[in-house]
Design a protein around this ligand. Structure first.
Ligand code: FMN
Length: 206
């Protein structure tokens, strides 16, 4: 069995839509145990954003998702991260969570864990690629094995119109006002990324 952890942070629900689609689409696969967890929110962010309807609604939808802990990271053979952009980089909430993994790093517990990243930005060129690439740095320090989204498996990477998805990982574009929701091709690629993590983790854990 492969233990696949989906760990994410989603203020406005776009990443949550992507992670829950992957979870839903992969749950029928034999030999995979899937667990989806959300990175804990900062109290300061809850206060700052409590006046935003989009934030409050998205948080309500995620109420039943358990909060991520280091035990989840230890449990995983594969990890799919859902990381929306903050100024082209990962949100502090995710950074804070990963920064607690020093002990796991020391023990080499995350070495050879297969990993991939999904992101979301408001704008097409506002960090689709930089967020994934910069988020990759701590994963490499932790010894994880990164899988991207190769062109061969993802014909959607040649779109006629602007949409998410790059060889670095899955992604969606939320739109300037955040009203665009992940489209079918973006969700398809997200699911394929989840399956790829599973496939590689399975071959390593034989
Ligand atoms: C503080 C802050 C910084 C952001 N920086 C960017 C940015 O650099 N580029 C961009 O396109 N979107 C940016 N956004 C928009 C978010 O990336 C967008 O809300 C997010 O991808 C939506 O995902 P979610 O619904 O899962 O939270 C930013 C949002 C916030 C709150």
């Amino acid at each position: 069995m492969v233990n696949l952890l989906i760990v994410y942070y989603s203020a406005y629900g776009h990443i949550f839509k992507m992670t829950s689609t992957v979870k839903e689409e992969m749950k029928g696969i034999d030999e995979v145990r899937i667990k989806m967890v959300k990175v804990p929110e900062f109290e300061s962010a809850k206060e700052n954003m409590s006046g935003q309807e989009a934030y409050v609604n998205a948080q309500e939808l995620q109420e039943d998702v358990p909060e991520a802990s280091l035990k989840d990271l230890k449990w995983a053979d594969g990890i799919l991260w859902g990381i929306p952009t903050r100024f082209g980089n990962m949100p502090a909430q995710i950074k804070q969570f990963i920064d607690q993994a020093g002990g796991l790093w020391q023990e080499g517990k995350l070495e050879d864990v297969v990993t991939g990243i999904m992101t979301s930005t408001n704008t097409m060129h506002g960090g689709q690629e930089t967020t994934i690439i910069t988020s990759l740095i701590p994963m490499i320090h932790l010894g994880m094995i990164y899988v991207g989204l190769p062109y061969g498996e993802n014909p959607e990477l040649f779109p006629a119109e602007a949409k998410g998805g790059s060889p670095y990982g899955a992604s969606t574009v939320a739109g300037a006002d955040g009203s665009r929701t992940p489209v079918e091709d973006e969700l398809k690629m997200a699911v394929r990324l989840g399956k790829r993590i599973y496939k590689v983790a399975k071959s390593i854990n034989k």
